[in-house]
Design a protein around this ligand. Structure first.
Ligand code: ZN
Length: 440
């Protein structure tokens, strides 16, 4: 149970310093910490942005009594670990947030001319990274400020992991590097945006895994006018030419068939039936140049699939390749010219047992904030999140991890990125309550 007086003292400080947290958030937005490996970014253009965010956060967190460390796996891109020491007898709490952002929206898409100049309108702050996820960092600082001002001594440590590289799935440079450096915690809360208008401070314990992959179907180039010879009875068939688009459609249909099977074979109690998908995102076919008077001799699909917690990425690879291989046996050309797969990138699924002590504690802390005024509804259990987060990499090392934070996911990675500023002190209160309850 939380002591009501102590909680009130802490929350008075949070309310008193909320404006300072907004100033900090605007300062963080002003630092262009675009992930330097983000697609479409010119090399060197955003170098040092992540480091600058972590320098600013390091200074602010030292001011409120935390000890700071830097874990630099990729040169020039240090992670910040800030530790608030407890008396040493309690459980530790990790608070995780990435400091990188996606690329800025294009000039015609922007709502405001400068994505790094925070604009506040009617209690909402607009700016790149405001929701995803610098508001989470502002909330972490505000919570630490309040614990200090209210003179709270906890039994367990709090560790803030301010990590680089999340937006390009570079966890080995960010969250995984921090954990491998020895910064292990008993439970981790990821402050990614989970606050939609209808579901304020949703708490998530599960997310699907995903895999980005491509496949190439080969054809045989020839003059377009030979199509009848290639496909009609009495012609020469594959000998004269094979249109890679025709073969790609065959492969596409086989993949669709597998996707239909997945609606039944891939399930998880926390996901709606049919939640796991094999999404074709790009199809490109030609002879090396875009020229319709030829049979294209190559077709390439880029797919992104999702799969349930409990399944392994390597088993998904085996399943997809086996299915396409089997389907290809019914087509003489594909039998002799097997589809080529490129397995590009995977993010493991996330799952923390909703009945675990950590999930129960954080759910209780979150629900204790429920009221008509806060807009938070009590939840029976944590729920699944559609997007991947660094929670997966704590769980991979046996650390329970949950996701809950300020900002609405629908504005993340969007031209109108924004955060409702009332959610920053709300998230700080969640952090403080969770710390009081867990770090005992
Ligand atoms: Zn994010």
């Amino acid at each position: 149970m939380l002591e009501p007086n102590r909680t009130r003292d802490i929350e008075d400080v949070i309310d008193r310093y909320a404006a300072e947290a907004e100033t900090l958030l605007a300062e963080l937005v002003a630092i262009p910490s675009v992930n330097p490996l983000f697609p479409g970014i010119a090399a060197g253009e955003f170098e040092g942005g992540e480091r600058r965010v972590n320098e600013v956060l390091g200074e602010r967190l030292r001011d409120v009594g935390l000890e700071t460390h830097f874990v630099e796996k990729a040169p020039g891109r240090p992670n910040l670990v800030a530790v608030r020491s407890g008396t040493g007898t309690g459980r530790s709490l990790g608070l995780n947030g990435h400091v990188d952002t996606v690329a800025p929206p294009s000039k015609d898409e922007r709502l405001f001319p400068d994505p790094w100049k925070a604009e506040v309108r009617d209690g909402v702050m607009y700016g790149l990274g405001a929701a995803d996820m610098k508001a989470g960092h502002a909330a972490m600082w505000l919570a630490m400020k309040a614990l200090k001002e209210a003179d709270v001594q906890l039994a367990g440590d709090i560790q803030i992991h301010a990590v680089v590289g999340e937006e390009t799935m570079s966890h080995e440079l960010g969250t995984s590097a921090v954990i491998e450096a020895g910064f292990v915690v008993d439970g981790a809360l990821i402050l990614e945006p989970t606050s939609s208008a209808s579901d304020v401070m949703a708490l998530s314990n599960a997310a699907p895994g995903n895999y980005l992959f491509n496949l190439t179907v080969r054809g045989k180039a020839t003059h377009w006018a030979s199509r009848n010879q290639a496909i009609r009875a009495g012609g020469l068939g594959d000998e004269i030419g094979v249109n890679a688009i025709d073969k790609a459609v065959y492969v596409y249909n086989a993949m669709r068939q597998l996707e239909e099977q997945w609606a039944f074979s891939k399930s998880h109690p926390q996901f709606a039936p049919g939640a796991f998908i094999i999404h074709p995102g790009v199809l490109h076919a030609d002879i090396g140049i875009a020229a319709a008077p030829y049979f294209p001799d190559r077709a390439r699909f880029d797919y992104l699939l999702s799969f349930p917690p409990g399944e392994k990425a390597e088993d998904i690879v085996t399943e997809i390749e086996a299915h396409i291989h089997t389907a290809s046996q019914l087509d003489p050309w594909l039998r002799q010219h097997p589809v080529e797969f490129g397995w590009e990138d995977t993010w493991p699924p996330a799952y923390t047992d909703p009945e675990s002590p950590f999930a129960t504690a954080v759910l209780g802390s979150r629900n204790s904030l429920a009221s008509a005024e806060s807009g938070i509804d009590p939840l029976d259990a944590p729920s699944a999140l559609g997007a991947q987060t660094d929670a997966s990499f704590y769980e991979a090392r046996g650390i329970p991890a949950l996701v809950c934070g300020p900002g609405d996911l629908k504005y993340a990675h969007s031209a109108g990125e924004q955060v409702d500023l009332s959610l920053v002190p709300m998230a700080a209160k969640l952090i403080a309550r969770a710390a009081l309850d867990w770090c005992r």
